[in-house]
Design a protein around this ligand. Sequence first.
Ligand code: ASP
Length: 582
Amino acid sequence: MYRSHSCGELRTSDINKEVTLSGWVQKTRDKGFMIWVDLRDRYGITQLIFDEERTPSDVVDKAKTLGREFVIQVKGDVIERESKNPNIPTGDIEILVTELQILNEALVPPFTIEDETDGGEDIRMKYRYLDIRRNPVKNSLMFRHQVAMKVRNYLSEADFIEVETPYLIKSTPEGARDFVVPSRMNQGQFYALPQSPQTFKQLLMVGGMDKYFQIVKCFRDEDLRADRQPEFTQIDCEMAFVEQEDILNIFEGLTRHLIKDIKGQEINDFPRMTYDEAMRTYGNDKPDIRFGMKFGELNSVAQHKDFKVFNDAELVIGIAVPGGASYTRKEIDKLVDWVKRPQVGALGMVYAKCNEDGSFKSSVDKFYDQEDLSEWAETTGAKAGDLICVLSGQANKVRGQLSALRMELAERLGLRNPEEFAPLWVVDFPLLEWDEDTERYHAMHHPFTSPKPEDISLLDSKPGDVRANAYDLVLNGNEIGGGSIRIHDKETQALMFNHLGFTPEEAKEQFGFLLDAFQYGAPPHGGIAFGFDRLVAILGGQETIRDFIAFPKNNSGRDVMIDAPANIDNVQLKELHIQLDL
Ligand code: ASP
């Protein structure tokens, strides 16, 4: 038996017990006549003591050879500690060692296995197994497990069944780029790894499974943006005989449950906002509503004077920055520079200070009098002491720019408290999205999303105005879930494919199996998928998902520990009938 107890378990009530522990040497302190060792395992740390008077001398000698991260087994007696350590649960006791076995020696680790390590990101990823020994990573993985269990239990209680869907599937042109896998047995043909189990979960509904979920890996070969992983995990769900309202209710319930159970917080407001409203009010389809700073549209109160910049603009909008009236000229200039950065792209910024005495001082006093500015304040909700920041230009662009500024200022003002949770639904997304590059419409969500029946007649005349039965779940400025009510009849699905530029032959070739299935009694259905990594990170109060993934890839999509992707040898290539043309 390697151990009778874990390293996090023993208390004063165990004093006088003879125990066996196994674990890693966290650190040793050698005082000559006395050696202390901190022994660590997943459960905690227990102090061992080797004492020249009470420990056999060969054991003491062996203890002197211990290095950091050696794996050892000890036998000894639990005794009361003289100087107690209130910081750890086992801090009242220590083990007076009588036997010591070195189970495995260890090289000196390339970084310290401490909560605050001296190892940078790269080295920690290369030796991720050592990194996982550190509390922050270990705790994050344990936290992820907890969240997964809660999700599984909740959905299982609600009659959902977890069904596995295949990883080797067929490549489809919509959405992101697929990862492909050559088939040895089918020369020249390729599988694709699923970007999501979308069509399979719909087929499970045709199969009568009624409520499906899966915590599942998905793969997207996208250019990696910050904090994206080429393989990531979704909580994927689908339900039959449901309307949008049913889905929102179930998954609002799940979200409330997780926040309550994990964070102890009751969510009172769970607003629903249309996509249009989100864009108009926050310039963003995933608004962070933990704080205000809502957009005020200023066209009617700013376009009647001689200020050409505003008069020429499609949209003039502003936000009130709480307490911003006290910013110095220099600070404001810096803000102006910030919005002019290429990443944001504004041409400039107009501002107005709302002084404590009720007067205003703006950067465009030449054009606007106090009365005008007080209308600006009213429209943006600015109070005395605030700063009104105004941007103008083409509507979509300027909304995006002001949204970036709003988030930046909120960050600087400490309004994005990670321990506060503000979920909402964004509903009524557009069905189609114009793509400048390919000069055609793409499905904004995916091609299986049903248009709102009342908007179908607009498909030919104003495709961009057709709304979808699609919804996103947003938490603290992050899209954590998205889904839709699906098309479940062959005609509408064929119509959609047609509008997405598929010929009937292409549609049949790509999605014939789905169109076929729809002819055998497909029930009305809909679903949602949550980004599990992100959800866990947000609930864990962290910004990056990487710490919650055991073996993440780096920003170039590489696993630096196993060194993947890598070349394969010629024999393998030959078997796969692949000729490299490098
Ligand atoms: N399959 C979709 C996605 O991965 C989610 C859904 O519509 O259920 O985004």
